[in-house]
Design a protein around this ligand. Structure first.
Ligand SMILES: [Fe+2]
Length: 554
């Protein structure tokens, strides 16, 4: 993975590295916003953390043409737009929506113009799929400085209902996207959603998304990381896992990350699920680089400023391509993506960041016996600020407090007393502190939603003999290819450790329902992803109750 480092700058941009940190460049004039309605600003319990630096970077301007709505484009610093390709028209990367609140939702698209000039566009959102009842419309500019992506946030919407949206530019109109607002904070209604992760394009088709797109009962999709993989091109057949090829080298520069997102976004199944449901998205490691934490790349990749530059490029491309709110606008190599979304009285989803603020993986990473560093009582996975935020965030009154996060939390004692150092097993003191801290605040059964390991699991999060929470781990959409019904080693773990309850090594996702103080988890699995067209079938349906950790058949 180190071949060719540092990458040669693209032609015509050789001076980039000499201009200083790109994130300190002043923002340009393309970011703009209209003040949201007071109802939006006071929406209860859904305010994401926003550092003061965000407000400086945003450099926002009032624009009268966006009355009743908030629109945002990313900061302008780099002229490096690539004109993406071309026969597909302007809207070849599809549409998306995300971060639903009761009265607003982010609408997203990214244009593929033939030339790099800014493109004015119009957007509209309606209460019906025929656009006879348009409830908000406005204009925005998709410019090269943000990869021709645009984020628009209509406000004043009704809670707990579908809306339809579309974009128009240069005489072309996007496909129609459907989205859904969160229920009102006092609404006691079921919440149905998908937990999914890890869509390595090379490893298979995104058929699972086709099935999720057809599930009309979903309120949203939670995607907990590895939206892209950064690795460079390998030809189909180069290994048995390579079913499709990605273009280009390993992603390091902004243009490379942008191009990688564009390739993923051209996938028809991925476009379909984005057009069908709002997403709540966070990142794990591969949006930047395998197994990075904090400012530390995986060895032997370059660290220091070079890794900071890489993180800045990766996060900027992530922001541009995800339907997230402006609080997640990166500040160079730093980003605040942890946030809370509340879905009526049944559940609050706390989206965590277990990469950015974590101590280095102990014992040299990998699966190891515990070295001394594992026993560090001050070890951090979330960082002290995020921990304090979480302990405050759970005071919202919803029946179930759900942690949407990346790395395996329940302990997995592998043969030979080995543990995965890139999971919470590498940081047992942090795990106990977080889970006991939640218990101390009256959260009897924090429900943890995880990804990362490309396998489906269910288990109890324990500290010593005590169960402090319940974890449902979603398998991958495509990563690791077709898979198998189960790994023998995992089954042996379950047999030996009663806090581990379920395992599957197929591709798919988990479909959850939060209702009446219970969370169900239905595991959908596909028999193959190395070719298109697989059916999805449930392989388990489990349940936990808000009142105590536990897993029983549903
Ligand atoms: Fe992954």
């Amino acid at each position: 993975m180190t071949a060719g480092w540092p990458p040669a700058p693209p032609a015509g941009r050789a001076s980039r590295a000499k201009r200083g940190s790109p994130w300190t460049d002043p923002p340009g004039g393309t970011a703009f916003v209209a003040v949201p309605s007071s109802a939006n600003r006071h929406a209860r319990g859904m305010v994401a953390p926003m550092h003061s630096a965000d407000r400086h970077i945003l450099h926002l301007h009032r624009r009268g043409l966006l009355t009743g709505a908030l629109a945002l484009t990313a900061l302008a610093t780099q002229p490096g737009c690539v004109a993406l390709a071309q026969e597909e028209g302007l809207f070849g990367l599809g549409v998306a929506s995300g971060d639903p609140w009761p009265d607003s939702v982010v609408l997203w698209t990214r244009l593929t113009p033939r030339t790099p000039e800014p493109v004015p566009l119009r957007w509209e959102i309606a209460a019906d799929d025929g656009f006879r009842q348009v409830v908000a419309r406005g204009e925005a500019v998709a410019g090269p400085d943000h990869g021709h992506a645009v984020h628009v946030i209509p406000t004043g919407l009704q809670p707990g209902r579908h809306y339809w949206y579309r974009f128009t530019a240069q005489g072309q109109t996007s496909r129609v996207g459907r989205t859904r607002t969160a229920p009102a904070p006092d609404a006691d209604v079921p919440v149905r959603f998908v937990n999914a992760s890890c869509q390595r394009y090379e490893h298979g088709y995104f058929t699972a998304w086709r099935h999720a797109a057809a599930d009309d009962a979903l309120d949203f999709v939670f995607f907990n990381g590895d939206y892209i993989y950064e690795y460079g091109h390998r030809a189909v057949g180069a290994s048995p896992l390579i079913a499709r090829a990605v273009d280009g080298p390993e992603c390091v520069t902004l243009d490379q990350y942008r191009a990688r997102y564009a390739q993923y976004r051209r996938d028809a199944d991925l476009q379909a699920v984005h057009a069908a449901h709002p997403f709540i998205v966070t990142f794990d490691d591969h949006e930047v680089q395998n197994n990075w934490v904090s400012d530390i790349p995986s060895v032997p990749q370059p660290a220091g400023v070079e890794f900071a530059l890489r993180k800045a490029a990766a996060f900027r491309a992530w922001y541009e391509n995800m339907p997230v709110r402006p609080a997640a606008l990166p500040r160079g190599p730093d980003i605040t993506a942890y946030r809370r979304l509340v879905f009526g009285r049944q559940m609050a989803l706390h989206v965590l960041d277990t990469r950015s603020f974590r101590d280095d993986q102990p014992c040299g990473d990998g699966r190891k016996q515990a070295c001394e560093a594992v026993h560090n009582p001050a070890a951090q996975v979330m960082g002290s600020a995020q921990e304090a935020w979480l302990f405050d965030s759970v005071r919202n009154g919803a029946a179930m407090q759900v942690l949407g996060q990346q790395i395996f939390m329940a302990t997995r004692p592998y043969p030979g007393d080995q543990f995965s150092m890139d999971s919470w097993d590498g940081y047992p003191a942090a795990r106990s502190r977080v889970m006991q801290g939640l218990r101390d605040r009256g959260i009897a059964n924090p429900i943890v939603l995880t990804g990362d390991v490309h396998r489906a699991w269910a288990g109890l999060v324990t500290a010593g003999d005590r169960a402090l929470g319940t974890e449902f781990v979603a398998t991958s959409i495509a990563s690791d290819g077709d898979g198998r019904d189960a790994d023998a080693g995992a089954l042996a773990l379950i047999a030996a450790h009663p806090h581990l309850r379920f395992h599957s090594a197929r591709r798919g996702y988990t479909r959850h329902e939060a209702a009446r103080g219970r969370m169900t988890a239905e595991y959908l699995a596909l028999p193959y992803v190395s070719r298109p067209g697989a059916e999805a079938a449930p392989v388990a349906k489990l349940m936990t109750e808000a009142r105590a950790p536990g897993i029983i058949p549903a």
